[in-house]
Structure formats: structure tokens, C-alpha cells
Design a protein around this ligand. Sequence first.
Ligand SMILES: Nc1ncnc2c1ncn2[C@@H]1O[C@H](COP(=O)(O)OP(=O)(O)OP(=O)(O)O)[C@@H](O)[C@H]1O
Ligand SMILES: [Mg+2]
Length: 378
Amino acid sequence: MENPLERIRTFFSSLISRRKDSDSILGIDIGSSSIKVVQLKKKSGVVVLETYGELSLGPYASLDVGRATNLPAPKLAEALKDILTEANTTTRSCGVSIPFSASLISIMTLPKVDKDQLAKMIPIEARKYIPVPISEVTLDWFVIPKEESRYLSKEEADKQDAENKVHVLLVAIHNEMLNKYRDVLKEAGLSTSFYEIEIFSTIRASMKQGVEPVMIVDIGAASTKVYVVEFGIVKTSHIINKGSQDMTLALSRSLEMSVAKAERLKREQGLLPSTENGGVKETVLLTLEYIFTEANKVLLNYQRKYNRSVSKVLFTGGGSVLKGLQAFAAEKFNADVALADPFSKAQTPAFLENVLKDVGPEFTVAVGVALRRLQELE
Ligand SMILES: Nc1ncnc2c1ncn2[C@@H]1O[C@H](COP(=O)(O)OP(=O)(O)OP(=O)(O)O)[C@@H](O)[C@H]1O
Ligand SMILES: [Mg+2]
């Protein structure tokens, strides 16, 4: 039986730790089209937004705002330094998100052995799950608790019980990417740092605890990432090779205007009724329909495979800020549709509330990384 004294002790220590203030932490998301930074702090147990900012990377590669880039480390460091100055950040302590495309995630089934043995076994077993040489990646893993394992699939959970096996979430990150990021951070004068694959940051900043499956659709510049998450576990992940810059490029071609002008038009008009915006809606829809059709395939495959319906589709990423996107998505998906609101996880100045709700989806990853450090302190 649980010791009542232990409960009282836990209760009081949680009160004490809640009162303690944390140091500030920066969450950094180096996206293909822009860098986002968010600085958070815990005051009297409440997460507080200290500052935030975003900087387009296009101009650092002689491209227009909104375009995807692949900058070398020195250019990225230059951009990072610029946004830290512009946003007036005051800490050097940071967490950085790793692009989903530079990572591999799989679920391994292993025999139930003690922790030390498992640590030796994982790098060897990982070879079967990772399609690149193990020397080229950095591995991390997490043993999925038995309770959560039930959500992988009933057959799997039964099998695990019968055969005395455990499920391990395996994460591999390409060393090349880690080395590049280390150089960027060093050059930008940032010190303590940790890394997290963006998928986990997104989940932390956008989802509430729940057991229903949710599909997250992150519309970036060059690509769209789709994840189905159930009970906090990523069950399916997929990359669609179109993103918001494809809308801009299509607009620029069809309306014969510069990319910069097309980008402005996309942001101003979005999916507003076409009589008012001279064909913008129709052109933008070509890309959006493609993305939605592909995302819907992921959703339907998931439902078929696990025989459970996806209750909600959650949109995030700069591309999801498009005017009218939510209403259009509600027509296309047979589920509740919502936009991520990561700043709702923090206390923010009242006068910024509307702005932060509007731009929120762009900052989901950056907020999520910073939140990780604050949660570790709980
Ligand atoms: N208000 C807006 N309306 C429509 N599109 C917008 C708006 N604001 C930004 N975007 C688009 O969002 C895209 C960038 O989204 P985001 O910042 O999430 O991408 P990223 O993180 O840089 O890319 P990735 O995650 O693929 O590396 C750009 O193509 C930009 O044009
Ligand atoms: Mg992104």
C-alpha cells in the first residue's frame, strides 16, 4: 500500500519546487525558410514568455523571403546572431530542434533485460532498423512503458506480454547535422545546449494529454510533415514533398509576377473568396489540395491499420497560417480541425494575445524545445 507520509512529502516538495524560479531558456528552430527563437522562463511555477522572434533565411542565400534554403554553417550562424540581437534575448542557454528529415525513428522489440544489458544491446540491434551505417548516426532511445505499449497495437502488446519483450523507441540523428549545428551554436556564442527532434517539440507544444489519436500536419516551406500521435507516441510519420513555397511559386508563374510579390499576395489574400482576390485562391488551392489529399491518405491508412479513428487534425507550421485554411480543412477532413496555439502554454502579455495566436503555428517547434528544459526542472 502507498505510504501516506510519502504522499504528503511529495505534495510539499512539489509546492516548493513550483515556487522556485528557473533560469531563462532559449528554444531555437532552424527551419528551411526561417529561424525562430523563443525565450521562456519559469516564475513561481508559471511558464512565462520573455521574448520571441523570427528571421527569414531566404535573403542569406540571395533568395526571396519564404523560400526554403540549405545554408552552410557560417551563414546560419550569422543569421542566428542577427535574430538573437533583434529579439533581445538574454541567455546563452538553449535547446535546438533537429529537422525531422535528419532523423530516423523506429520502434524496436527487444527481450526484457536489465538496463545495462539493454544499453549494450540497442546499438547492435539498431543496425536492423537503421538503413545507414551506425557510425554515421547518434542514437538515443526510450523504453516505452508497458501501459503505453498497449497503444502500439493490441496484438503487439499481447505478444510482448507472452514473450517477455519490451518496446523501445529508437531515435537516430545524422552526425553530419549534429556537427553542423554544433558549429553554428559555437559561432553564435551560445553555450549549454541540448537537441531534440522537432516532432517531439511539436507534440509538447501543441497537444493536450489525451488518448485519442491526433494527426499533426506541419506545413513548412518546401515540405509538409505528417505525424499520427496516440497516447504521446508517434505511430506514423510521413513527409509530403510540397509546402507553402509551392503556392508562392505557382502564383508567381500563373499571375506573372515576381516571387516576392506572389509571397506577399499569398499572405494577404490566402483563401479569401476568389471574386475579391483575382485567382489567388484557385492557384493556392492547387497546392493545398495536393497536400490535403496526401495527408488524408496517411489518416485513412492509419485508421485501417489500427482500426481506430483519428479524432482531430492539428495544423502547425508557417504554411498553416494561410487565411481560410482552417475552414477549408474542416470541409476536407472527416475530423475536428484546429490550429496549434503553442503560446497558450505560457503566460504572455495581454496586448500580444491576438498576435501570438495568429503567428503561433510558426513557433510551435521553438516553444516546444524550450518547454522541454522547463519541464525537466519540475
Ligand atoms: N501569413 C502567412 N500566410 C501564408 N503563408 C505563410 C504565412 N506566413 C508564413 N507563411 C509561409 O510559411 C512557410 C514557412 O513555414 P515555416 O516557417 O513553418 O517553415 P520552415 O520551418 O522554415 O520549413 P521546414 O519546417 O519545412 O524546414 C513559408 O513558405 C511562408 O511563405
Ligand atoms: Mg519547420
